[in-house]
Write a protein that binds this ligand. Sequence first.
Ligand code: UD1
Length: 425
Amino acid sequence: MSERFLVTGGNRLEGEVAVGGAKNSVLKLMAAALLAEGTTTITNCPDILDVPLMADVLRGLGCEVELDGSIAQITTPAEPKYHADFGAVRQFRASVCVLGPLVARCRRAVVALPGGDAIGSRPLDMHQSGLRLLGAHTEIEHGCVVARADVLEGATIRLDFPSVGATENILMAAVLADGETVIDNAAREPEIVDLCNMLVQMGAQIRGAGTSTLTIEGVKKLVPITHRVIGDRIVAATWGIAAAMTTGDVRVTGVNPKHLSLVLDKLRAAGARVTYDPNGFRIVQPDRPRAVNFSTLPFPGFPTDLQPLAIGLASIADGTSMITENVFEARFRFVEEMIRLGADARTDGHHAVIRGIPQLSSAPVWSSDIRAGAGLVLAGLVADGTTEVHDVFHIDRGYPRFVEILTDLGGDIVRVGATSEPAQP
Ligand code: UD1
C-alpha cells in the first residue's frame, strides 16, 4: 500500500515558490547524453523519482551516473550497451527516449516497452515509422522495441500528429545519420526546444527548433557538454492554478512565463490578476474563480498535463465549463474521482461539462497518474473536511518537495505512511 496525503480544505495559499527543472525535459536530456562519449553534466535537475529511475536505465546501458542534488553527471562509454531491459524501463514512460540515441550510437537497440501513467493508449507507431524511414528495421518482439540499422540515412518524415516522444526519438537518431532529415509536423513544446539547444551545443546541426519543421544535418560525432534544464511549466502552472482555486496570492519563479501564455490567459479569464516577470509570474485571485472553457492541444495549445487541474478549477468556479481532451483518450478517468468529492461533472467522449459548486466535500480518492494526483490534492484544498489522497507515489514522480511547498504556502497537507487499507474500489 502506498503512502497517502491527508489534505484539509479551507486555507488560502499565499507566498512564493521556485520551481526546478522540467521533468519532461530532464529525462530526455539525460538520454541525449548517450549520444556523446565522455561526461555530460546536466544542471537544474528536479528532485523527483523519475530522475534516479532514468539514471538506472542509463547505468544498465553502461553509463556511469552521479546524482548530486540538482546536478547529474553522466559518463557514456565509447560503446554503450544497446539493451534497456524491462526491470529499469517499465516504471516510467520517458524511458523509451533512449531508443533514438541507441539507434544513433550503436545502430541497434532493444528497449522494453515502457510503463508510466494510466492516461490511455500510448502506441509507438510514429517512433517506429520515423526510424524505419531513416533506414532502421524495427519490430516489437517479446515485449521490446527492437531496432537495427546497418546505415542511418536522412529522410523526410511527416508525423501524423505532433507527438513529443516521436519527435524526440527521431531527432536524436537523425543527429548522427548521414545527410539531411526533415521532421514535418514536429512537436513544438518548450522541452523539444531545450533538447534541440542541448544537441546543438553538443555539435548537432538543427534548424527550426520551436517550429513544426525540424531540419537536421547529420554529423559524425557529438561531444559532451554542460546544460541547464528549463523550468517546469507544468509544475509552475499547478501552483498558479492552486492560487486561483484558493483565492490566494502566489508568485512562481524559475520558469519562462512565455511557456505558459495560454494558461495564464485562462487564469486571467477566470478572474485572476496575473503579472509577469522574466523569470515567472504572480497570480492573485480576489474572488471565486469564474468558469472558463479549456481544450487541450499540443503546444502552444492548452497542455493535456494541466487538464486535471483545470477540471479542479472548473469544479468550484462560478458557472459551467466545457473541457475538451484532444491528446489522451482516457484522461477523463480522473473525473470519477472528482465526482467522489462532490463535483457536478459529466463526460461524453472527448468532452466534460462541469457545473461549478461553491465547495467540494472531502472523501478518499485515488491518484491514477502524476497530474491527476496533483489535481486531487488541489481539489482537497477547497473541500470541506479532510480528503485522503491515495497512491501518492504518482505525485512524487513529477513534483519535487510537494508537501513541503504546499505547507510553506499555507496549505494543510500531511503525508502518512503505508497502510493495509483495501485497494481502490
Ligand atoms: C509527453 C509527455 C506527457 C505529455 C505528452 C503530451 C513526457 C515524458 N511526457 O508524452 O507528459 O502529456 O507529451 O504533451 O515528456 N501517439 C501515437 N503514436 C505514437 C506516439 C504517440 O498514437 O507513436 C499518440 C499518443 O497515444 C497520444 C498522442 O499521440 O494520444 C500524444 O502523445 P505524445 O505527444 O507522444 O506524448 P508522450 O511523448 O508520450
